[in-house]
Design a protein. Structure first.
Length: 95
């Protein structure tokens, strides 16, 4: 199992999640999505696999201002994405 943390520049919640992961000694790969074509592609193309059933690609949550909510933590297993969690409070509750 591996973790990917998708972040945005100057995002305080992104920095807080990185600190939380570091303190808890949880390994992760940090991907800043701004101006990163590969990071955007990986995030856009992620699929969720629940048991043997493939589900449509997840729909990212959008803020009231029409922007994607960051940070985004993606938990991957060998077959694809197991879980996607958006926002500091939701990630903290998961960990």
């Amino acid at each position: 199992m591996s973790y990917e943390l998708y972040t945005w520049p100057h995002c305080e919640d992104c920095d807080r999640v990185k600190e939380l992961l570091d303190v808890r000694k949880i390994g992760y790969t940090s991907v800043e999505v701004f101006d990163n074509t590969e990071g955007k592609r990986r995030l856009r193309d992620a699929e969720v696999k629940i048991g043997d059933k493939r589900v449509e690609p997840f729909k990212l949550k959008i803020s009231l201002h029409g922007k994607i909510i960051f940070p985004i933590l993606v938990q991957r297993n060998g077959d694809g994405v197991e879980r996607l969690v958006q926002g500091y409070d939701n990630i903290k509750a998961l960990l």
